[in-house]
Design a protein around this ligand. Structure first.
Ligand SMILES: Nc1ncnc2c1ncn2[C@@H]1O[C@H](COP(=O)(O)OP(=O)(O)OP(=O)(O)O)[C@@H](O)[C@H]1O
Ligand SMILES: [Mg+2]
Length: 335
């Protein structure tokens, strides 16, 4: 196992700057990999992902990426910790013997304590670099050290550190997203045989198209496609959901002998960020969910990645316009 050094600190304390600098110095004598766990302000891979990179004089050289699908650690702490472990495994398998792990500035509140406790237990760093002003992190570093056996190295916050305003952060993210979506092309995929993750779509058994249309008309919704799982019918609807459809579910429940009907608007899901993976789980790239073609019942998406080997489609928790603009976040139940 490579030696692992993790940097801890609130937002805008110079974590990324400092860890890049230390990694470059160490790269003179070690095989150094940087691990970027900040999905919201990712430096190495697209937003919503974690990545590792070789550190070289001419800049980082990306080694591998794992999809998380959320921008804030609070929204997907478990997925994030597991993704970090996976990229660490990749970096070590590639021969890295010293890892520098950059973290997001998520340090306040019980959710952050739980996330960081899980992260350090999973990673077992030998050292935690603590960038803080006036002991602002309180008991957090000591708790993490006690959990992982790491040594703590306090570092001062440089005078030169500047705060990134929300608009600066949003602009940086947009630039990165625009870059990964630029030149994306549209693809249609058969729903059958496609494995999905993080979404209702693809988790049930499809019903016949004419039954989906019938159920839709009974609910005054234009249903395109339907699936049954765990005594719930999920109907995917073109356009927004008409208010009051819930009061009409009686005949549909009777016909299918089910306990519940859910309706999901394909319009509300348009632009959902997707993580494309091949059969081995290897990440191919990100994309955008465009909908389901009502004629062919094929899933439509756009991406710059090659879809030839696509086997697993992970749905993220945010929606993007074609130019990378953020359209909004999705709650787990909404996808
Ligand atoms: N020692 C330093 N000397 C000069 N500039 C610095 C130094 N440390 C950080 N900065 C600058 O301050 C800003 C914030 O630093 P940085 O992005 O590294 O902070 P961070 O703690 O990683 O923030 P985030 O919470 O967004 O991850 C950046 O523009 C960075 O270039
Ligand atoms: Mg940072």
């Amino acid at each position: 196992m490579a030696e692992r050094v993790l940097i801890l600190g609130a937002s805008d304390r110079g974590k990324t700057y400092t860890i890049h600098q230390l990694a470059r110095e160490a790269a003179r004598t070690h095989k150094v990999a940087l691990i970027d766990t900040d999905t919201g302000q990712s430096e190495l891979g697209p937003p919503g992902t974690v990545s590792w990179a070789w550190v070289q004089a001419e800049g980082p050289q990306r080694g591998g990426t794992r999809f998380v699908g959320a921008l804030s650690p609070a929204a997907a702490a478990l997925e994030l910790v597991v993704a970090v472990l996976e990229v660490v495994r990749q970096a070590e398998a590639a021969g890295a013997n010293l890892l520098f792990i950059d973290t997001p500035g998520y340090v306040s509140g019980p959710g952050a304590r739980r996330f960081l406790a899980a992260l350090v237990q999973a990673l077992a760093p030998s050292r935690i670099l603590v960038l803080e002003r006036d002991s602002e992190l309180g008991s957090l570093p000591a708790m993490l050290a006690a959990l992982s056996g790491a040594e703590l190295t306090p570092l001062p916050v440089a005078e030169a550190v500047v705060r990134k305003s929300p608009s600066v952060r949003a602009t940086r993210r947009l630039t990165r997203l625009a870059r990964v979506l630029e030149g994306a092309t549209e693809h249609e995929l058969a729903l059958e045989g496609l494995t999905t993750l993080g979404a209702t779509l693809g988790t049930g058994t499809p019903i016949a198209p004419h039954l989906a249309r019938w159920a839709g008309s009974a609910l005054h919704l234009s249903a395109v496609y339907g699936e049954v799982a765990e005594s719930t019918l999920s109907l995917f609807v073109a356009g927004p959901l008409r208010p009051g459809w819930e009061s009409l579910v009686g005949p549909v429940l009777d016909h299918f002998q089910l306990g519940r009907v859910r309706a999901l608007s394909l319009t509300a899901l348009e632009g959902t960020c997707l993580g494309l993976h091949e059969e081995t789980g290897r990440f191919l790239g990100i994309g955008r969910f465009l909908g389901i073609d009502p004629e062919t019942l094929r899933l439509r998406l756009s991406t710059t990645a090659s879809v030839e080997r696509l086997a697993l489609l992970a749905f993220g928790r945010f929606r993007l316009a074609a130019d990378g603009q953020m359209l909004g976040e999705l709650k787990p139940g909404e996808v």
